[in-house]
Design a protein around this ligand. Sequence first.
Ligand SMILES: NC(=O)c1ccc[n+]([C@@H]2O[C@H](COP(=O)([O-])OP(=O)(O)OC[C@H]3O[C@@H](n4cnc5c(N)ncnc54)[C@H](OP(=O)(O)O)[C@@H]3O)[C@@H](O)[C@H]2O)c1
Length: 269
Amino acid sequence: MDLGLEDKAVVVTGGSSGIGLETARLFAAEGAQVLICARREEVLAQAASDIAESTGGEVRTLSVDVTDRGDIDRLAAVVGDDLGRVDVLVNNAGTGTYKPFLDVTDDELVYGMAINFFAQFRITQRLVPMMIRNGGGVVINVAGETGIRVTAPPFRSSCTGPAKAAEIRFSKVLASELGEQNIRVNCVVPGLVNIKERFAKWEREMAKEELDSEAAAMTRREWGRFIARPNHEWGTPEELANLIVFAASDRASFVNGAVLVADGGEDKS
Ligand SMILES: NC(=O)c1ccc[n+]([C@@H]2O[C@H](COP(=O)([O-])OP(=O)(O)OC[C@H]3O[C@@H](n4cnc5c(N)ncnc54)[C@H](OP(=O)(O)O)[C@@H]3O)[C@@H](O)[C@H]2O)c1
């Protein structure tokens, strides 16, 4: 299927790792002009060279903290100068804090809203004028399953869930408001996705220890017990990237304001 993404100007936040990295790789493989941003320059450089090696595509990088308003202004300026336009914005940078409600600190609460919802709102507000000038575009906001359901312990999500729910509502409202400008806005909602670094963080925080590979695999199965596929395998970043890139393509032209859940049929009801 030709996705029609050749030469499209694409921005992927959090594009140096996990879901963002695989999304950027897939856009590059489709011939798009991709800019990835994240905080750590060396990880961005590694991601760009990895994508170049696997796809032959050239990816631009920019070090920004999406919780910093000055950095977001700089991102908008660089996108304008370097790409000249933006056809697709993937608001993917985000993170989760999973702790019992009474243990969540005020800093974690504020950061959770800042990196998840505020960053998506602010970046979209800076880049949408470019889309309007160019006759349209697509925004994909990456949220998370804690925004649509109460997740099974140990994923206690009083801190992250409301921020992810805000991203979903934001996407719906924007789709309605920007449709007349030929801008589609959809929200991709991942379930449990196996990203090495992220799982290591969860191990430390929730299992409260470092696990060897066998114990980690067992823990993943246990935590993923509601995923409805063989061995309760978690999703992969590539599986999420496939959905994001399809939703961003003209092949999904009638998909707007949608909440696209990719969670392997996870259900604990
Ligand atoms: N993995 C899952 O199971 C899962 C489940 C539900 C939802 N999600 C959502 O999916 C999205 C991607 O998750 P992932 O698991 O692929 O994440 P990941 O592998 O941890 O990658 C996160 C990316 O965001 C960047 N980033 C983090 N904080 C940033 C900041 N303040 N400013 C700019 N960039 C920042 C990271 O690079 P730097 O650290 O260098 O900045 C990295 O490129 C997130 O929104 C996450 O909440 C993931």
